[in-house]
Design a protein around this ligand. Structure first.
Ligand SMILES: CC(C)(COP(=O)(O)OP(=O)(O)OC[C@H]1O[C@@H](n2cnc3c(N)ncnc32)[C@H](O)[C@@H]1OP(=O)(O)O)[C@@H](O)C(=O)NCCC(=O)NCCS
Length: 201
């Protein structure tokens, strides 16, 4: 997956799915696609996602779209949503169309969330899942999560994130601003000659 700290969208190719676009889920036109996405998640996968029996309804979809935090969606070439990864606080949640599981979407979305959290200076991300949710636990483990506890039917895990690069530590607003900020810094570094970047932190 090609990525850069400045990208708002990433385009990737997954062997079994072809071209996939990953971007934030927040455009008005995403609502209808999100409704269709939820309808393509099986009853059991919805239960895994919400850790309780859950019916997908337009009301639930609209509520999910107004949640605080950041959601990334993977879109297929036809514009349909294939999977969604969400970060609320430092807690992650993932869901992939049931017929498209085990094709790499969960990993891609998790990587996008990790990248986003790192960029925003977060020290760790966490997740909880039903202990019976083997796919999610396997994905989390593969991504380096450490299991931190169990309570009732749930288990929790944590992934510590690397520190943000020092030269962008002071820039906490959106990526477009960082693009300008970093370009200005690069220009400043160039015009002032080589300097230790810690001078800019
Ligand atoms: C959990 C979930 C998001 C994983 O997404 P996915 O697209 O199927 O996962 P990926 O194809 O990216 O798999 C990445 C890795 O995770 C692990 N993994 C995923 N599914 C697995 C399974 N059924 N069994 C064992 N390992 C599995 C593997 O290590 C896999 O790598 P590999 O295929 O190279 O072996 C998906 O199963 C899902 O949407 N489940 C229903 C909702 C849910 O449970 N959400 C999590 C609650 S927060």
């Amino acid at each position: 997956m090609s990525s850069s700290t400045l990208q708002l969208e990433s385009r990737i190719v997954l062997p079994e799915l072809g071209k996939v676009l990953v971007r934030e889920l927040r455009r008005p036109e995403d609502v209808e696609a999100y409704l269709r996405f939820g309808a393509a998640i099986s009853v059991d996968d919805l239960r895994m996602r919400f850790a309780a029996p859950t019916k997908w309804t337009p009301a639930l979809a609209r509520r999910m779209l107004t949640l605080a935090g950041t959601a990334f969606a993977a879109f297929g070439e036809d514009g349909e949503i294939l999977g969604v990864g969400r970060l609320v606080g430092n807690e992650i949640a993932l869901a992939v169309r049931s017929k498209l599981k085990r094709r790499g979407l969960g990993r891609v979305l998790l990587e996008r969330i990790v990248h986003h959290a790192s960029e925003h200076g977060m020290a760790e991300i966490t997740g909880t899942a039903l202990a019976e949710n083997r796919p999610m636990l396997a994905l989390a483990q593969a991504a380096g999560f450490r299991m931190t506890g169990a309570e009732g039917p749930m288990v929790s895990g944590r992934l510590c994130l690397p520190r943000k690069p020092p030269h962008i530590r002071d820039f906490t607003v959106d990526s477009r601003f960082r693009l300008v900020s970093n370009a200005l810094q690069d220009a400043a570094l160039g015009s002032l000659g080589r300097r230790d970047q810690t001078e800019f932190t």
